[in-house]
Design a protein around this ligand. Sequence first.
Ligand SMILES: Nc1ncnc2c1ncn2[C@@H]1O[C@H](COP(=O)(O)OP(=O)(O)OP(=O)(O)O)[C@@H](O)[C@H]1O
Ligand SMILES: [Mg+2]
Length: 379
Amino acid sequence: MPSKSFKDLLSAEESLFRNPEVFDPDYVPEEYLHREAQMRSIAACIKPALRGERPLNALIHGPPATGKTTAMRKLFEELEDIPEARRIAGVHINCQITATKFGIFSLIHKAVVGHLPPETGVPFSKVYEAIFRKLRRERRVLLVVLDDMDHLFHDRYANEVLYDILRAHEVFPGVKTAIFSIVSGTEFLYKLADRVRSMFRAQEIYFPPYSAGEMYDILKRRAELGFFPGVISDELVEKIASYAYEHGDLRLGIELLKVSALTAESHASRKIEEEHLEEAYAKASTATLRSLVEPLSVQEKLLLRLLCEAEQGITSGRLYERFSAVERLSYTKFYRILRKLEELRLVETRPVSGEGRGRSREIFLRPSREELLKVLPCE
Ligand SMILES: Nc1ncnc2c1ncn2[C@@H]1O[C@H](COP(=O)(O)OP(=O)(O)OP(=O)(O)O)[C@@H](O)[C@H]1O
Ligand SMILES: [Mg+2]
């Protein structure tokens, strides 16, 4: 058979994808599964706004990839179909991208007034006034979703932003505002200034991690939408769900569906075989490992390197001896590094059995040595 040209290889006929966009990070799933309780709580917060009253503030929290952002996207999408929702001026802000007070109020201005304010030459007070005068005139209720709000704390804007939105009714009586803040943990509440915390009384809505079965359902549905029939077997979707569950990361599962299919395509296969998944998983896990290891300090990397050279189950005492032969560091500081590596799930430690061993632990590397050495820079 003559060898194929690039044109053949790139042609749509070779594709296993029916709808490649369903694997994109910003895809909003048609079916949002296993989040009925959270959707009910969110709806309860919004409901007063449909009668022109103030919605309840919400504090939406949970680990990564548990569907928090998706819940908001679905909410805004569905509000478009509800006539009474015209009373709501809603805006969903990604604080990783827009992390300044002016940036945030510019987006609110756009949602309420219809366009962004000029970038320069307009004082904040003018932008603020334009927003709330218009809201009051139109008797609309403002709902601001601050997604990944933790990022506002890096620049200390969180207090000011919350304060300026929540106290708007004092300056413009009759104005009604609410905030939905999305964060990974609730610790941020303690970082708020007292005056702001007392204003920001919010309904807590928790998004727990998905179970392996829930991940399977979500991934199976995504595969059905994204691939032509017969491209992936249920067993392989199950395997992908178990990898995603092990890592506590549904996004990894979605990525594995996509990369396994691309790998299958590159081998000119009409369906995904187990070896394509394994190849995709190896690539994905190296990338994840690299993102964990790269930001570590020199001492933290040194400890990882020593662990690669040591036998599995080495005791913390012996590891400290080896570590202090290279680097002068107190045992307490050494132990702190060990705890950090454990929190990052790079190592696992177990108490040494037997009496009188104090806090001596046995240490096990979680990734394989070979995997880890691939991403650890040479000394
Ligand atoms: N219940 C669900 N049904 C279908 N797809 C889902 C569901 N939950 C999450 N997803 C998918 O998982 C991915 C991550 O979801 P999302 O971005 O909503 O998570 P998140 O909780 O906002 O994460 P982070 O805290 O990292 O921002 C998205 O691709 C989304 O489509
Ligand atoms: Mg999110």
